[in-house]
Design a protein around this ligand. Structure first.
Ligand code: HEM
Length: 344
């Protein structure tokens, strides 16, 4: 697969991020039906799926170069967005190998990995990188292996150590998150880091999801979709930066709602890593404005119905109530009331 990149886009201040028509159609729209409730919506992460976003193991799109530059800016301002606990060194190398091999396999025009024993050469053409290093020797890379490779991938990543029949988030590169903090969560167990989520604990969603993940096999990755809403195409909506983006919610009006309000979808992938036995969790973020959603009749009908009937505790958790009515007033006339079929 080859991609035309748009390196000058911004995700803050000037917000020049825009989607091409092809990029709109590859959006992983997250609702298989007209209503939404938390569930263990996990399926095998095999190449192929409802849109082109599912065609690669680690999806790259036209925003790749701009997103890597945005990550660089966030890390410069706040280096703690990337942290890995010392016992996760094997998992760092596993991650580097997993991402390099898959990017090279899925996008040979953009990435090449050559191995001569432990001496590897990595070429990343879109970012202009040509690096020879020794696998397993961190001093042969410009920074630690997990940071090195996740600076060159779209989306956030966390590393989970498995012990005591539980998962612990013992590392991560988290610069494009929907209002949660790696600095706060690092070292927590599966139930602990999911503590703030409403309804799902009582429904047994997290107990079932954890049981499933503890048995995740190497070579059989899985995926799920999660969603929220974001004002402006802003990638970094972290608690650390809340004063910067929180007030945006009060700026939504009936005039600007279509351009300002974005559906934020996370294509989440989970991989068992080969040597460490840890789990790599990818959180690939896609932003699409309501104006772009409105171009697809099934999406605009369905989003209207989901938001209209959304459980108030979920709406509150996602920070939507402040502008929910303005969004519904925009979407309601676009919903012709016709039935929708199941599926995305
Ligand atoms: C939310 C991490 C796997 C379901 C969250 C949050 C974090 C997180 C940090 C935000 C919590 C907060 O508000 O502070 C992770 C990590 C995973 C993982 C590191 C990797 C093992 C899963 C799985 C499920 C799941 C397998 C399947 C049911 C959810 C749900 C939410 C959530 C439903 C609420 C999202 C929303 O309403 O926006 N997760 N999660 N997570 N997670 Fe996970």
């Amino acid at each position: 697969m080859t991609v035309q990149f748009k390196p000058a886009e911004t995700f803050r201040d000037t917000f020049t991020y825009r989607k091409s028509p092809e990029d709109i159609l590859r959006f992983p729209f997250p609702f298989p039906e007209d209503e939404y409730m938390y569930s263990v919506n996990i399926e095998p992460h095999v190449r192929g799926g409802p849109t082109a976003a599912f065609q690669a193991q680690f999806d790259i799109d036209e925003h790749y170069v701009a997103e890597c530059r945005e990550r660089e800016r966030v890390l410069k301002e706040d280096p703690k967005r990337c942290q890995v606990l010392p016992h996760m060194m094997a998992a760092q190398w596993d991650t580097l190998e997993m991402i390099m091999e898959n990017l090279a396999a899925d996008y040979p025009a953009h990435f090449t990995l050559t191995k001569d024993g432990d001496v590897w050469t990595w070429v990343n053409r879109p970012l202009g990188i040509h690096q020879t290093f020794t696998f397993g020797k961190a001093e042969t890379l410009p920074c630690a292996p997990f940071e090195y490779i996740t600076r060159q991938a779209q989306g956030d990543f966390t590393l989970q150590d498995q012990r005591e029949d539980n998962l612990f988030v013992d590392g991560g590169m988290v610069t494009t998150q929907a209002d949660w903090s790696l600095e706060f969560d690092i070292g927590m167990s599966f139930q602990e880091w999911h503590g703030p989520v409403p309804l799902a604990h009582e429904k047994g969603v997290f107990d079932r999801a954890l049981k499933y993940l503890l048995r995740l096999q190497y070579g059989q990755p899985v995926r799920r979709l999660n969603w929220t809403m974001t004002i402006n195409p802003r990638l970094d909506t972290s608690p650390e930066n809340y004063p910067v983006w929180g007030p945006d919610k009060a700026t939504v009006t009936s005039e600007n709602v279509a351009e300002k309000v974005h559906l934020r979808v996370e294509l989440q992938t989970l991989y068992r890593l080969p040597r460490s036995g840890a789990i790599l969790f990818g959180i690939r973020c896609y932003l699409t404005s309501l104006a772009d959603i409105a171009k697809v009749p099934k999406w605009r009908r369905r989003l209207h119905r989901v938001l209209r009937d959304l459980h108030p505790d979920i709406a509150a958790y996602k920070g939507i109530p402040r502008y929910q009515q303005t969004v519904l007033d925009y979407l309601a006339p676009l919903d012709d009331g016709s039935p929708t079929s199941k599926g995305i």
